[in-house]
Every structure is written in structure tokens, then in C-alpha cells.
Design a protein around this ligand. Structure first.
Ligand SMILES: Cc1cc2nc3c(=O)[nH]c(=O)nc-3n(C[C@H](O)[C@H](O)[C@H](O)COP(=O)(O)OP(=O)(O)OC[C@H]3O[C@@H](n4cnc5c(N)ncnc54)[C@H](O)[C@@H]3O)c2cc1C
Length: 135
């Protein structure tokens, strides 16, 4: 089963046994069978509270837009005249249309690698590209 949003946060705080009972109730309803058995064991991920993940994948909240993703994906330059960035960003959260997906992560990684390999692929500095002092 898959939970997201506020329900997922709430479920992470809920005891496994209670979740198992709730799931059993849902399955009994779904199969229209009151005798549908409770599972002997269930495995529950808690990515939101796991310090090594702190969530699953990105989404655009109502007070945000795809522009935030574009800003997040901008390379960092040591100096405006320098043709290669000193730092590039990749990952699903940096792809403007395929965020939340494996192919978005893959494509963003390829684009970031190209930034480093080929200066011709660099985006024009539209005033939003971040510049840091020389490293
Ligand atoms: C339940 C679920 C189902 C999904 N189903 C699909 C699907 O059907 N199709 C699809 O396309 N996508 C799916 N996705 C999304 C897809 O898995 C992600 O979009 C993709 O894995 C993101 O890749 P990434 O490289 O950007 O980030 P990640 O795969 O999250 O990699 C980030 C890495 O950085 C590591 N890390 C984090 N912080 C640090 C740190 N401080 N130091 C060092 N390392 C760190 C993490 O441990 C992790 O290994 C699903 C995701 C979930 C959770």
C-alpha cells in the first residue's frame, strides 16, 4: 500500500500492529470479504523520519512553482567570466518536468555532466545563476 502527504506523516507515527489492522479492514472492504485474514507480518517504510532519507522524492507545493526547480538546478560559477561551473546539481528535484522520477534523475545527471564537459551547453546567465567567490 502507498501513503502520501499528511496521511504518510501520521502513519509513520502509528504502531505497526494498528496499521496492520487498518490495512486488513481496507482489504476486507475492497474484496467485500469480512473473513479476509490479517497479515502475519507487514513491513513499513518510514522515510520521512529516517535521518538518512528525510522523505522520498520532491514535489511542488502550492506556494511554489517549477521556477524554483530551475533555480535549484543552476550551476555555481567561481567567476562570471569563467566558462565552466565549479559546482553543478543533479537529481530528480532538479528536473523541471520529470521531477519525482528515475528518468528525471538520470537526465539531470547527464545534463550536469555535460555542463562540466562542454561549456557550449551552459545556460545563459539570466541574473539568477549563482556566483561564489573563487575556490
Ligand atoms: C515508493 C517510491 C516509488 C517510486 N516509484 C517510481 C516509479 O515508478 N518511477 C519513477 O520513475 N520513479 C519512482 N520513484 C522516484 C525515484 O525513485 C526517485 O525520483 C529517484 O530515485 C531519485 O533519484 P536521485 O538520484 O535524484 O535521488 P536518490 O535516489 O534519493 O539518491 C540520493 C542519494 O543521496 C544520498 N544522500 C542523502 N543525503 C546525503 C548526504 N548528506 N551525504 C551523502 N549522501 C546523501 C541518499 O542516501 C541517496 O542514496 C519512486 C520513489 C519512491 C520512494
Amino acid at each position: 500500500m502507498w501513503a502520501s502527504g499528511e496521511e504518510a506523516v501520521e502513519l509513520e507515527r502509528t504502531d505497526d500492529e494498528i496499521i496492520n489492522e487498518e490495512i486488513t479492514g481496507l482489504l476486507q472492504q475492497f474484496f467485500n470479504n469480512k473473513k479476509f485474514p490479517k497479515a502475519d507480518n507487514i513491513i513499513i517504510t518510514r522515510w520521512g523520519s529516517d535521518p538518512f532519507t528525510l522523505g522520498s522524492y520532491s514535489y511542488i507545493p502550492s506556494n511554489s512553482s517549477v521556477r524554483d526547480i530551475e533555480l535549484l538546478s543552476q550551476p555555481i560559477y567561481a567567476d562570471p567570466a569563467h566558462d565552466k561551473p565549479v559546482m553543478v546539481f543533479a537529481g530528480e528535484a532538479t528536473h523541471p518536468s520529470f521531477y519525482s522520477t528515475v528518468h528525471g534523475a538520470f537526465l539531470s545527471g547527464r545534463k550536469a555532466a555535460n555542463y562540466l564537459l562542454d561549456a557550449d551547453t551552459l545556460p545563459q546567465n539570466d541574473g539568477n545563476i549563482r556566483i561564489v567567490s573563487k575556490m
